[in-house]
Write a protein that binds this ligand. Structure first.
Ligand SMILES: Nc1ncnc2c1ncn2[C@@H]1O[C@H](COP(=O)(O)OP(=O)(O)OP(=O)(O)O)[C@@H](O)[C@H]1O
Ligand SMILES: [Mg+2]
Length: 346
């Protein structure tokens, strides 16, 4: 019946039923020699037609209403009372209901898909956290056991093992702090304190802070030119320092010995583009799309060995996106990497 209005169906059925009835009644009466004139036959026909139309129309309406009410009740888990739900018998009611059910099912499917994705994401995340915590916990356990088994009394080893255990505790603390930052960003609890900040000044401070570490690998960190005038941006200076620290730290950690790290600023109308370039080993193209994911590492054992949690770039992305700006990377294996992000001018 989909595609046709119930009123039309009732009309058609009433014509068929009343015609059959007229034939039967008139036939029977004629069989028993009851005389009938044309006026009586016409009156009978009209009477039969209206009676059957009324009965069929009302029954159909009742039937459809009850069925649809059930469907809607199951779909929306609410009681649909007769007044709230009016049937317009002149329309293609079943076609409309069919469309609504299909739309509803599609929405539910999309919701289920979304929940499934989130569930997978959650499982993967919990698995990653457990994996990251396992390494430092096992090494702390190992050092403590060795100390308890006698190394505690050995002045050549006791301090060394305690220092190593302390390093693992630091690693765990770092991981918890990074996870806390990410969670706060994702739950929207972390408010950025944006103000007019000089990005040149901020970068110079970070360079000064990271120079000692860079020297260990004979890496030089510099600005591409002498920026003697301030460049003002609308940013949370503490958070942007965090981004610069992670980018510069990465360039030191993963960069080559005797390398160079160069930081540039570009004027882009309403924005400033900040670039951190290194001449390290670069990153293979296949890793680029996943680089900003939490816990993603290119060389897993190497970067874990460097003490990284694999959350640095994920935090950078959150910070930059929190400023309604973007962060990206371009890299060539054997030549180096350029990480860049934008900030609104102030
Ligand atoms: N400049 C770079 N050159 C080469 N590889 C890089 C560079 N920056 C990042 N990577 C790769 O991207 C991965 C992710 O970096 P990210 O900063 O998110 O984590 P991490 O440095 O391992 O740990 P964390 O920053 O939390 O201490 C790194 O493990 C490394 O493999
Ligand atoms: Mg990092």
């Amino acid at each position: 019946m989909t595609g046709r209005s119930p009123s039309k169906v009732a009309l058609f059925t009433a014509i068929v039923v009343s015609t059959v009835c007229i034939f039967l009644v008139v036939g029977t009466l004629l069989l028993f020699h009851v005389p009938l004139d044309l006026f009586q036959i016409t009156s009978f026909s009209i009477l039969f037609f209206f009676a059957s139309w009324l009965v069929i129309h009302k029954s159909l309406q009742r039937f459809i209403y009850d069925k649809i009410k059930l469907i809607f009740r199951n779909m929306h888990s609410l009681s649909v009372d007769r007044n709230a739900f009016k049937l317009d018998m002149s329309k293609d009611v079943l076609g409309d209901v069919n469309k609504e059910v299909v739309d509803w099912a599609e929405d539910r499917m999309a919701e289920i898909e979304d929940l499934r994705e989130k569930e997978n994401f959650r499982k993967e995340f919990v698995g990653n956290v457990a994996h990251e915590l396992k390494t430092p916990i096992f090494s702390i356990q190992g050092y403590i056991l060795t100390l308890l088994e006698g190394a505690l009394e050995d002045p050549n080893f006791n301090r060394k093992f305690l220092l190593k255990a302390a390093k693992s505790v630091d690693r765990m603390t770092m991981l918890i702090e990074d996870l806390d930052t990410i969670t706060q960003f994702e739950s929207g609890n972390l408010q950025l304190e944006r103000e007019k900040s000089d990005i040149v000044e901020l970068t110079k401070e970070v360079i000064e802070q990271r120079e000692e570490e860079a020297k260990l690998k004979n890496i030089t960190i510099s600005l591409s030119k002498n920026y003697d005038k301030p460049i003002f941006v609308d940013a949370d200076s503490f958070r942007i320092s965090q981004v610069l620290i992670n980018l510069i730290n990465n360039s030191i950690k993963y960069g080559s010995i005797d390398g160079n790290i160069i930081i540039r600023f570009f004027d882009m109308d309403e924005r400033i583009l900040v670039e951190v370039e290194d001449d390290g080993p670069g990153i293979d193209e296949e890793h680029i799309p996943r680089l900003f994911e939490r816990f993603y590492r290119v060389d897993k054992s190497r970067s874990r060995h460097q003490g990284g949690t694999g959350l640095g770039l994920a935090i950078c992305k959150h910070i930059i996106e929190g400023h309604e700006q973007s962060i990206s990377v371009r890299s060539e294996v054997g030549k180096g990497s350029v990480f860049s992000f934008t900030l609104a001018k102030a």
